[in-house]
Design a protein around this ligand. Sequence first.
Ligand code: C2E
Ligand code: CA
Ligand code: CA
Length: 756
Amino acid sequence: MSRETATQLDEAPDEDLVFAPEDDIPARDSREVWRVLAVDDDKGFQDTTALSLRHTRILGRPIQLVQAYSLAEAARCLAQDRDFAVILADVVMETEDAGLRLVKGVRETLGLFEPRIVLLTGQPGFAPVSRIMEEYDLNDYCLKSDLARRGLKQVLTGAIRGYKQLRDLATARKGLQLIIESSSRLAAARSIDDLARGALIEISRLLRVAPEGIVCVEVPSASTVMASDCSVAAEAIVVRAEGRFETFVGAPLQALPDSRVRGLIEQALSGRIAIEISDAQVVFLPREEAHADYAIFLETGRTLEPAELELLNVFATNVSRGFGNVALISRLDRLAFEDSLLGIPNKTALRREIERLRLTGNGRGSNLLLFDVDNYSGLSDALGPDFTDRLLRMITARLQSFFPAPALVTRVNEDIFGIVGHDAQVNLARAGEVFATPIELEDSSYPLTACYAEIPLDTEHPDAPSLKRAAWRTLQQAKRRGGGQGERWNPTIELESGLRYRLHSQLLGAVDRGELHLVYQPQVELASGRIVGAEALLRWSPPSGPVPPDQFIPVAENSALIHSIGRFVVEQACTAIRRLDADGARALVISVNVSGRQLDRDSFIEEVHSVCASHGISPTRLGLEVTETSAVTAFEGAVSGLGAHRRLGGKVAIDDFGTGMASLKYLQTLPFDYLKIDRSFVSRLGDDEQGGQIARMIIELGRSLGVTVIAEGVETEAQAGWLRRAGCHLAQGWLFGRPVVLEQFAECLRNQGRGA
Ligand code: C2E
Ligand code: CA
Ligand code: CA
């Protein structure tokens, strides 16, 4: 409508009658009233119309009439509000063709296609040509005189029905848009199934029929038979089905007993076309869009309207894209969940599997196993990345054969694998067997070891990441014990890790604050009971109270703190030696404990010796105790450092012997003077056979290697007697003396000197 027309004809009679006052309008919502715009300059006609529609209900709703007395007024009215179901327009108003111009304006200028328009005329001679009827989608055309005969209500009912249908389709279209959006959101959940179900349900909602249908996809045939033209044979599978077809989900289309339906779907898939018949539809989704050819069959029970068919086309395009997106996402999914080097699931996949198992049955009966190849970086440095890649593939294959599906073998990190599965299959014992035989690669065999940790999935960890962290801590615990070790998760590991963190921060500066000191425990000759030396044991007494060495020493050993603390220990031991010497005691050997991490440091032994030198102490007076496990894990450092100490006449003891992983091969290379029988065997002496056997073997081993054997943790006379008889040389334990501060130890020596 041109502005010109609107201003030209501005003289509206009786404004009050023209527009229903705003607050009279019950609701703007077209779902509650049908809004009808009557445009006519004939006041008489307008009044009758208003009167006759006052209590009229059409398709269950009242009519809300808005009246305009000219084209210009109608224009103003439509500019304010376009939500009309029907526009009743007189052809002749201010001009001969005002009604036609109104129609044009509504459709073209305002772009309103839904309101139905009924053209009215008082002149029997006028009839718009059918071109205009078509072009402007006019619903009806009638003589005002006829209107009385046909009844306004009936005319409006037809128009409103048409309007409603269009509105419904528009709503469906909007709905469809939403469906597609939600479908692609569903696609993120990587499910073709969800999308297929959504498609079936929405398409039937759209056509207002019961969801009775099938979604089929064409996939390469499971059999590897090739068709004669060398294309891969394809077969159709029912992805999703609703209604009476429901039981065929997952079945091949061939299994469908209804030959008519089967035939229609086959026809759509082979011809790659949509099919419309009087009571059913097959929508075809081409692989170019949907990633694979899909056919959606739906029982409609009626012939579809052209508009519905059009809508179905839009639907097909959108759903095709949805399917395509799902395929894309599942490809992305592979990228995101697969380790690119090894082609096995990665840590994200591990997390997902953990979550899945925990969702189904709370993870009961399932374990997570972390498997960490020992010395991987050493191998990688020595042999190059290409080699380690191949080695990792061999390890992967080995793990997969040890933990076959349904267990899941994933790569978590460089050389760390995560395995989840049933606890009967995925457990420490099984992990311990993985490297029982070496890995064979390119005519060589590589004997490998690994540390591994097991954690049940039904622990109280709230989520997969915290469970994984717990598994990680358990693994660290295993690794602390050296190579080839396995550890099962237990709640104290958690407590410890929190504690460890706190301890570490407290331990920083403990040396400077003077919170550390040594205690000395006598080492005696079993035959004579004479004190020949002492082990220096570290004590930590922060203001909050003493912390046991078993707690703080691993914390120190796990950080660089052990170096400064180790140095402090050597300094204190040297001071003690000087102090005891000053007392005029016999020249004892004071032994300190040394951790693997210290041995790993190249400068370690030089530092020890420079401390000795600065205190004027001969290295022969300082003993070094190294646990079997540290000696083996820090093997190189142990061989060179301990060797250097012995060359200067210093003594070296292998501590906790019998509990670690030393093999005879290592023992023959390691430089040492003493074997210390672990306390656990000594305490079992007399109680059970095995403890005795182990102690006896160690004593024999010492004899054959030509080293002195010392038993630790001797608490009773019976144990001492047994050891003496078995030929053990030295002993240490509460029976002979508890660890005591230097002054007390000196006193103890003085007493013994007096007694001897
Ligand atoms: P360890 O080297 O095996 O030390 C022997 C442990 O046995 C000491 O525990 C000692 O107090 C305890 N013990 C001695 N005789 C008996 C006995 O008759 N019965 C019983 N039940 N226990 C006895 P402690 O002092 O708690 O030390 C624990 C561990 O802490 C040591 O084990 C050692 O591995 C480590 N440690 C102690 N001091 C140092 C140190 O200065 N440096 C390093 N790196 N580690 C240390
Ligand atoms: Ca020791
Ligand atoms: Ca020990």
